[in-house]
Write a protein that binds this ligand. Structure first.
Ligand SMILES: *Cc1c(COP(=O)(O)O)cnc(C)c1O
Length: 419
């Protein structure tokens, strides 16, 4: 339902923006990553089945069904479902044999770097290509040392990283290549679904992702040995009852999680359509605003468009952070994804005091990118109203900027958003 706030915003606005005391544009808060939810009745049926069977976890029938569905969709032989994307990353890093150092992008969710460190591998941050926001293969090669064991590519925003170049580089230098595909479920590269590249790829089904299992993740791969190792590691190293073959942990996906995942997959078309529609509304609504660029997606590929990200460059009348404060006051909780870069978060920041200088493109982007709300919780009317707020703020930029300087830091700086 479209609330009065959203409707009012489509009419010419006479009052002040909320940051200067006017009423907020939205009465409800608009979140980035508000969950996509499939058919409730189907989910309830599946939940009832779980209770009837008294099979709640440990490689249950829904987890197996979910793994098969994901493997089929991605077009790989194996899917090993996990309790989270982070657990899947840790296990993939371990099974891929990464040790000492691995090259990774600093422009990612911190879990990519933390998963390496958790396995005792030092993440070596490398600069990104400003056009794709993904690892720049030339900088990757510069970072390779005798201690480098592998590369962790991230398909940021669901846009494939330089898969072909990184694959060639990994082969040439004898490195393991895995991908953090947490953003990229439902996206393709050269017509093949992401998930099928490298030694293995890692998906996240966190509540905020395109498809969710509340919490969850998976390793997808064509390599049977890799999948087998991942399965053993996921379940304490158990090969069968009473037989532990190796070191392991508990990273199992539960049956309720798989129920949510299967239900989400049935609604996948709706998720694609909602995101495409919102993206097109944003594209039209933001078109021609000086200094605001919307990231582009390859029209020839499958793409979940789950991230609507704008770049606020120096020619804009307001900085990214000023725009964020203005939008938060309107109850539009845009997010500075990903700010700061991983190299500026602990423990890496203390260990790499020079990283900011060495990663100029990542530094520039982390100060400019802003993610806007999309997904099935946002309808085109709301997306249009958000774009309209941005247009008005930018048009009124010089005055807003002067007024903002006289204000104490706004809510955006103080409160923690939902992730
Ligand atoms: C969400 C995310 C993860 C972690 O996945 P979880 O399921 O939340 O543990 C890792 N990498 C990236 C890029 C992500 O966005």
């Amino acid at each position: 339902m479209i609330d009065d706030g959203a409707r009012a915003r489509l009419a010419p606005r006479t009052d002040e923006p909320a940051i200067l005391g006017g009423p907020p544009a939205f009465t409800e808060r608009l979140h980035v990553g508000s969950p996509n939810i499939g058919d409730r009745a189907r989910l309830s049926e599946r939940m009832a089945g779980i209770l009837d069977r008294r099979w709640l976890t440990n490689d249950g029938p829904l987890v197996r069904e979910f793994e098969e569905a994901i493997a089929r969709f991605v077009g790989v032989r194996h899917c090993v479902a996990m309790a989270s994307g982070t657990a899947a990353l840790q296990i993939a890093i371990r099974v891929a044999g990464l040790v000492d150092e691995a090259v990774v992008s600093p422009l990612t969710f911190v879990a990519t770097a933390h998963a390496l460190r958790w396995q005792g591998v030092t993440p070596v941050f490398c600069d990104v290509d400003p056009r794709t926001h993904n690892l720049d293969p030339a900088s990757v090669e510069d970072m390779v040392t005798p201690r480098t064991s592998g590369i962790v590519g991230v398909h940021l925003w669901g846009r494939p990283c330089a898969i072909d170049e990184l694959t060639a580089l990994a082969e040439r230098r004898g490195l393991a290549l895995i991908f953090d595909a947490a953003h990229a479920f439902g996206c393709s590269h050269r017509g093949r679904m992401i998930g099928g590249y490298g030694k293995a790829e890692v998906l996240s089904f966190h509540a905020t992702k395109f498809v969710n299992t509340f919490e969850g993740g998976a390793i997808v791969t064509d390599d049977g040995d890799f999948a087998e190792q991942a399965r053993l590691t996921r379940n304490h190293g158990f090969a069968r009852y009473d037989e532990v073959k190796q070191l392991g942990t508990n990273a199992k996906m539960s049956e309720p999680a798989a129920a949510m995942g299967l239900t989400s997959l049935e609604a996948l078309d709706d998720f694609y359509v909602a995101n495409l529609r919102n993206y097109e509304v944003y594209r039209a609504g933001l078109d021609g605003i000086d200094g605001i660029g919307l990231i582009a997606y390859d029209e020839a590929e499958w793409c979940n468009r789950h991230y609507v990200v704008i770049e606020v460059d120096q020619s804009a009348t307001l900085s990214r952070d000023e725009l964020q404060r203005i939008l938060w006051a309107e109850n539009v909780l845009v997010r500075r994804y990903f700010f700061p870069g991983c190299h500026r978060m602990e423990p890496y920041r203390s260990e790499l005091p020079c990283a900011r200088r060495e990663l100029p493109e990542a530094e520039r982007l982390t100060d400019r990118l802003l993610a806007l709300p999309t997904g099935t919780a946002i309808d085109p009317t709301r997306a249009a109203a958000v774009a309209d707020l941005i247009r008005r703020a930018m048009a009124d930029g010089p005055r807003l900027r002067r007024r903002l300087r006289g204000l104490v830091p706004a809510r955006a700086d103080r409160s923690k958003g939902k992730s």
